[in-house]
Design a protein around this ligand. Structure first.
Ligand SMILES: *[C@@H]1O[C@H](CO)[C@@H](O)[C@H](O)[C@H]1NC(C)=O
Ligand SMILES: *[C@@H]1O[C@H](CO)[C@@H](O)[C@H](O)[C@H]1NC(C)=O
Length: 239
């Protein structure tokens, strides 16, 4: 289970029946064919999902999958692979110049998490290094496409800017990864969605990329659902 999705799924159990509008859920009626009419079939859970990762950037990068390893992709190159239906994890890119500290744009999934729905998001909770989008294909339900297609480094607040050896801004750290306080990271006494609100830094990321997580509890505009989908992940998508 992806940590980011865990508390949402717990919340879902409580509130799903109250409101189908939260978290971009499909209407209850279309997602819950609870009594199938004779001759109709319930959606069949698929054993595997197809993922395609495309490097649409003008530069090469290493594409990482938190469970399945890493692969160098030249500009314009893509790779396809399957993940098990219960997969949860992350995909991100590291360029040659990126440091080994986690300040990557992340794509996150918990497949088949709740009532057959996949939960997925694009996250800037650690920071931003490359533009990224998730495009669900062939799924049922809302199946919207979160993305961060802006180059966030261009306007990155100076106290969050991460410079390379030549002084060039190559990434924009989140306030949590930069300052590591409980308040920015929603930890300890701040580990509560009702208490841990967006900071001015989180607001900056949200303005740049409205469908991506800007801080840990930015759930209601940043978590998306789709049932039984395949996924295309694009680094440097069109905006
Ligand atoms: C999301 O939550 C914030 C803060 O809790 C609230 O101000 C905002 O209206 C909510 N947005 C949606 C789309 O529910
Ligand atoms: C790849 O980038 C080019 C140039 O920015 C853009 O026109 C194209 O739509 C992008 N492709 C995808 C799949 O986003």
């Amino acid at each position: 289970m992806n940590a980011r999705h865990q508390h949402i799924i717990v919340l879902c159990l409580i509130i799903y029946h109250v409101s189908g509008q939260l978290f971009n859920f499909p209407p209850l009626s279309s997602s819950l064919p609870s009594i199938a009419a004779p001759g109709t079939s319930l959606p069949v859970a698929r054993a595997h999902r197809n993922f395609i990762v495309l490097n649409n950037c003008t530069f090469g990068l290493t594409a990482y999958n938190s469970k399945m390893g890493q692969k160098w992709l030249n500009s314009g190159e893509s790779m396809a692979y399957q993940v098990p239906k219960e997969w949860s994890g992350r995909i991100w890119a590291q360029r040659k110049e990126d440091p080994d500290i986690p300040l990557y744009t992340l794509a996150e999934w918990t497949l088949d998490a709740y009532m057959g729905m996949d939960f997925y998001d694009v996250s800037l909770v650690d920071g931003f290094n490359v533009p990224m989008s998730i495009i669900p294909t062939k799924g049922k339900g809302a199946c919207l496409s979160p993305s961060c297609s802006e180059d966030v480094t261009e306007d990155c607040p100076s106290d969050l800017a991460y410079h390379d050896d030549h002084g060039r801004v190559i990434a924009c750290q989140s306030a949590c990864s930069k300052f590591s306080t409980d308040g920015f990271c929603c930890r300890n006494e701040w580990n509560d969605p009702l208490k841990c609100k967006a900071s001015v830094y989180a607001d900056f990321f949200k303005r740049k990329c409205p469908t991506a997580y800007s801080y840990a509890y930015n759930d209601n505009t940043s978590t998306f659902t789709c049932t039984a989908a395949d996924y295309k992940i694009v680094f440097c998508p069109s905006n």
